[in-house]
Design a protein around this ligand. Structure first.
Ligand code: AMP
Length: 413
């Protein structure tokens, strides 16, 4: 189904074509028409599904079709913002801003990004000049609203992206405060990778008769990823990692650790071993994070160690390997992490390190993704701990056939 049939027109269509998109992704097919009609949308989708374009393309077209009457406001007053997109992290905000730059290239609409960690002068200057679309993280946006730099009084479209992560990061109060500056009569789009009760409540409170869209995370992401889990003792993980980075056909690897500190320690170790590596986490300043991303994208430093928050939603093509140096405690985080590879139809590999104690986490992961993962015990740094020949004392996994397992080697659980 071509993009035209969804109701998109020039110049948006040319931008889509220039990006090389031939067909809409499922979420785009489902969302674009409704957003164009002005409907509210509740979208259950994670990054990697094309959701940024799913909301950006129709929003740009709508803003273009209905020019704002107050365009020529005196310049000492902030011109009213027409569309606000809230996102949880600086990286995601910057990424959405870049997407809007590309998709909106021929529209003449203006946008800016607002996030903390950098001087606010550049951001306030853009606001003074007047912007149609603001992409922002909640904290800095509230600062600027408080200082009178942002006028949301005539907002037409409000987008809340990655709502579940916003909640996890404690932004709920900020979201309510921001909403208090926004007119009640508006179009609202809410996207979230998961739909826990809290998100449902938020959605019920801020959406009016929304079109509900759900794209299952497994379909676009998991099918193109070869998932392996290496059983390894805690102390041997960095040796195993170095071995894999040297022997696997790694062109670009994203490595996740649980904490910033462990990320720093690991980076030091990998550097000492001669790997071209950088690190991205919330203690690094914006310049350093930006540089790390650029070096990762360009291939100058093709190994990037990251904490979850920093890496959430990173849009880097051709990540050949995602490595879970530590298994995340929530299965959903696992899905988000490995979703950085195997994107847009290419194949990817995810390698997760798992200690014997962490094996129960695998059960949850397999349940969520609805398929077994391949366990590898046979590698140069095998676990000295006794192998699991009897059933673990946790909930049994309906997908597993543990009783038939071979004692070592690579196999399906
Ligand atoms: P997102 O889920 O918004 O982070 O998008 C994931 C990736 O898919 C980005 O690199 C987009 O450029 C790409 N993408 C979005 N829509 C399409 C499409 N219709 N065809 C091909 N790639 C797309």
């Amino acid at each position: 189904m071509p993009f035209q049939t969804l109701g998109l027109q020039e110049p948006i269509l040319s931008a889509v074509q220039a990006e090389g998109y031939t067909e809409p992704t499922p979420i785009q097919s489902l969302a674009i028409g409704s957003v164009l009609q002005g409907r509210d949308v509740l979208g259950c989708a994670q990054t990697g599904t094309g959701k940024t374009a799913a909301f950006s393309l129709p929003i740009l077209q709508r803003l273009l079709e209905h020019p704002h009457p107050t365009k020529k406001q005196a310049d000492h007053h902030a011109r009213p913002v027409r569309c606000l997109i809230l996102s949880p992290t600086r990286e995601l905000t910057a990424q959405i801003g870049e997407a809007i730059e590309v998709y909106g290239a021929g529209t003449g609409l203006s946008h800016t990004v607002i996030f903390g960690g950098v001087r606010q002068r550049g951001q306030t200057r853009a606001l003074r000049e007047g912007v149609d679309i603001v992409v922002a993280t909640p904290g800095r946006l509230l600062d600027l609203i408080g200082q009178g730099h942002v006028n949301l009084g005539q907002l037409e479209v409000f987008v809340l992206d990655e709502a579940d992560r916003m909640l996890d990061m404690g932004f709920i109060e900020d979201i309510w405060r921001i909403l208090s500056y926004v007119p009640e009569h508006r179009q609202t789009l809410l996207f979230s990778a998961t739909m826990p009760a809290k998100i449902q409540h938020l959605a019920n409170a801020i959406l009016r008769d929304p079109v509900e869209i759900r794209v299952t995370p497994e379909t676009p992401v998991i099918d193109t990823i070869e998932q392996r889990v290496y059983l390894v003792e805690w102390a041997n993980r960095s040796d195993l990692l170095k071995h894999l980075l040297s022997t696997e056909n790694v062109t670009r690897a994203l490595i996740f650790t649980q904490t910033k500190r462990r990320a720093d320690v690991l980076v030091r170790e990998l550097k000492l071993a001669g790997f071209k590596v950088d690190v991205i986490h919330s203690d690094r300043n914006q310049q350093a994070r930006k540089r790390a991303l650029e070096n990762f994208r360009s291939g100058k430093r093709p190994i990037l160690v990251a904490s979850d928050i920093a890496a959430r939603g990173l849009d880097v093509d051709d990540v050949s390997h995602v490595i879970n140096y530590e298994l995340p405690r929530e299965a959903e985080v696992y899905v988000h992490r490995i979703g950085r590879t195997g994107r847009a139809g290419s194949r990817g590999v995810s390698m997760s390190f798992c200690t014997l104690e962490e094996r129960t986490l695998l059960t949850d992961i397999e349940k969520l993704i609805g398929q077994p993962v391949t366990i590898i015990e046979d590698h140069p740094y095998p676990s000295n701990l006794p192998r699991l020949t009897k059933k673990p004392e946790t909930r049994p996994n309906p997908n597993s056939v543990r009783s038939n397992r071979r004692p070592t080697g690579r196999r399906k659980l």
